[in-house]
Design a protein around this ligand. Structure first.
Ligand code: NAG
Ligand code: NAG
Length: 433
């Protein structure tokens, strides 16, 4: 009997604690003035697990705590006109500091106007960044005064999944930037424009079902990340929009990009210094400048890229197909590269290695070069839009090594080959003279 009433006392006491705890909790959460967008689905679980007296029905007891922080609960209007940057920052602060599996939610059916914004970790337990609505970039230059090179940055967060739920759009509204680019208007000085979405220093990253369009400059830049999986991404911009690389990969290891469709004004995918183990599968590219490794070795830099495998791609009406480009004067290596199962439709330079790349007014003649080593082209078919289908313009001092063409058949052009020994396998056309 005594034991029983003891239990009852504990029971009541626990109940009391829980109520006051929740009350306290909601007070703390109201730090942003009644805009707390998170709903804790099971804040009682920990207490209950430590206490036998109260047991919840199993349906009330998920194995992990989880919550969603929606920008709409932090004052974001989503009317496409009001600047929602501050609301996003508040929501981010909340989502990033919440314990238990947390989702940052950008709701469907709305358009959120944003200035240059940084979503910075490390976070307690943020696992999902859901872009179900549209993120629309401010077109005012002054809205980028704190960071001229970036519009949206997600950085220093591990185990994050960025999901567009097939409806989500990141829209850079880049037109105003393109018009002012020196590549379009020669009278304008060459200045940088912001990258639409930068993913920086993220480990175990998933990006899926997302659309990105009309970036100010680069559309998605993946920098200093490890273990990245990009799937079902659609990236678009006009073919004449300057420097709008689709996916730019820098200093990133172990990345896979699959089932994606990129049509843009510059490289569909560009792979830069410090990238290793890059797997590209089932890619559609065009318009654009194709798939590029480089430019490497700019300003006499040392550059290393290795383990790139493009397996399954269709390139249509692009300026290049698969390209490796390095500047004179650089050093380092681009090695262990495989381009296979690729279809080219009316591509200007279907296969190209250019160790004399130059996109400036003038590049100095220099002997040093980034060594290109072990590049296999296998099962590549299609048509060339120019009379050079295959171009190996390699360095005299550092000739291209280990180049293999296997079952390559590109109609409409010849092969131009300098400082390279090509090994042909199966049927190859055109062949190096
Ligand atoms: C991320 O996931 C890995 C593997 O599941 C785990 O070991 C690690 O602790 C997680 N990191 C964070 C910050 O949660
Ligand atoms: C190789 O590149 C150099 C430098 O751009 C250029 O002058 C030369 O014409 C190129 N070779 C061929 C065969 O196109």
């Amino acid at each position: 009997m005594a034991r029983c009433s003891g239990s009852l006392a504990i029971f009541l006491c626990v109940l009391l604690m829980l109520t006051s705890c929740q009350a306290l909790g909601s007070n703390i959460d109201d730090g942003y003035g009644h805009e707390d967008g998170s709903f804790q689905s099971n804040s009682l679980i920990k207490l209950n697990n430590e206490d036998d007296v109260l047991t919840l029905k199993s349906s009330d007891r998920p194995t992990t705590e989880s919550s969603t922080v929606s920008v709409s609960n932090f004052g974001a209007k989503g009317d496409g006109k009001t600047d929602d940057t501050q609301a996003f920052k508040k929501a981010w602060k909340k989502a990033c500091s919440t314990n238990g599996v947390t989702t940052f939610l950008i709701p469907k059916g709305k358009t959120y106007l944003l200035k240059s914004t940084r979503f910075r970790g490390p976070c307690k337990s943020l696992r999902s960044f859901q872009i179900l609505g549209t993120l629309s970039a401010s077109t005012k230059r002054s809205d980028y005064s704190n960071d001229k090179n970036h519009w949206l940055i997600l950085e220093d967060i591990n185990n994050l999944s960025i999901d567009g739920g097939s409806a989500g759009i990141v829209d850079g509204n880049g037109k105003i930037w393109w018009q002012n680019s020196c590549k379009i208007d020669k009278s304008k000085p060459c200045t940088k424009a912001p990258t639409a979405l930068t993913l920086y220093n993220l480990e175990n990253l998933n990006v899926k079902n997302l659309r990105v369009r009309d970036a100010q400059q680069i559309q998605i830049s993946i920098e200093k990340c490890n273990n990245v999986n990009v799937k079902n991404v659609k990236i678009t911009a006009p073919g004449d929009s300057p420097n709008t690389d689709g996916i730019h990969i820098v200093a990133t290891k172990n990345i896979q990009i699959s089932n994606s469709d990129i049509g843009t004004g510059d490289d569909c995918i560009s792979i830069e210094d410090g990238s290793q183990n890059v797997q590209i599968k089932d890619l559609t590219c065009g318009p654009g400048h194709g798939i590029s490794i480089g430019s490497l070795g700019d300003d006499n830099a040392k550059a290393y890229v290795s383990g790139v495998n493009v397996d399954g791609a269709t390139l249509s009406e692009t300026d290049n197909g698969v390209r490796i480009k390095t500047y004179q004067g650089g050093s380092g290596t681009a090695k262990n590269i495989k381009f296979q199962n690729i279809r080219m439709e009316n591509v200007k330079n279907p296969i190209i290695i250019d160790q004399n790349y130059c996109d400036k007014d003038k590049c100095e003649q220099q002997e040093s070069a980034v060594q290109v080593n072990n590049v296999v082209y296998r099962n590549i078919k299609g048509t060339s839009a120019t009379d050079v289908a295959i171009m190996f313009n390699c360095s005299e001092k550092y000739p291209c090594q280990g180049i293999v063409l296997e079952n390559v058949n590109i109609k409409g052009g010849k092969a131009s080959c300098e400082n390279v020994n090509v090994k042909d396998k199966g049927s190859v056309s055109p062949k190096c003279p």
